[in-house]
Unconditional design. Structure first.
Length: 149
């Protein structure tokens, strides 16, 4: 509330100063230029609280709704989420992921099925260790995992 009150007082004081300056401006081009400058300053003063809100990060934007997910493509959203989950799990296990490619498909009941995982890494861990990590943590069978170095 204090912010709104100080903003209103500032605009009132600025308006009084604008009236005084307009009376002091000589006629002609100088008066037009001065009034243009004052008008721009007034617009800036009216907008400045909103710019402060944007820069402070206090404005919140709506979250993604479930309907928006279906517009993008449910399969793509789930595949992307799965890719992030796999990358995070590998990173947590000390395995650096250079490239990760997933092949997914929808089954008869429209469930997303992971058909293959292609992983490019420069990690010193063996392929068996990497496959075991994914199988234990996420239940991804080793048969669908391809590891390249």
């Amino acid at each position: 509330m204090d912010t709104i009150q100080s903003w209103a007082v500032t605009i009132c004081v600025f308006s009084v100063l604008v009236l005084l300056f307009r009376m002091l401006f000589p006629s002609g081009n100088v008066k037009k230029a001065g009034e243009t400058l004052i008008s721009l300053l007034m617009v800036f003063m009216l907008i400045s609280p909103f710019a402060d809100l944007l820069s402070s990060g206090e404005l919140s934007f709506p979250q993604i709704r479930e309907e928006d997910i279906y517009d993008v493509g449910q399969e793509q959203v789930y595949a992307h989420t799965l890719e992030i989950t796999i990358s995070e799990q590998l990173s947590a296990s000390g395995i650096e992921v250079e490239e990760l490619t997933l092949q997914t498909e929808l089954d008869e009941e429209n469930y997303l099925v992971l058909s293959s995982v292609r992983l490019v890494t420069a990690s010193d861990k063996s392929d068996d260790e990497i496959c075991a990590c994914l199988e234990e943590a996420l239940g991804i069978p080793a048969e669908i995992i391809t590891i390249e170095r």
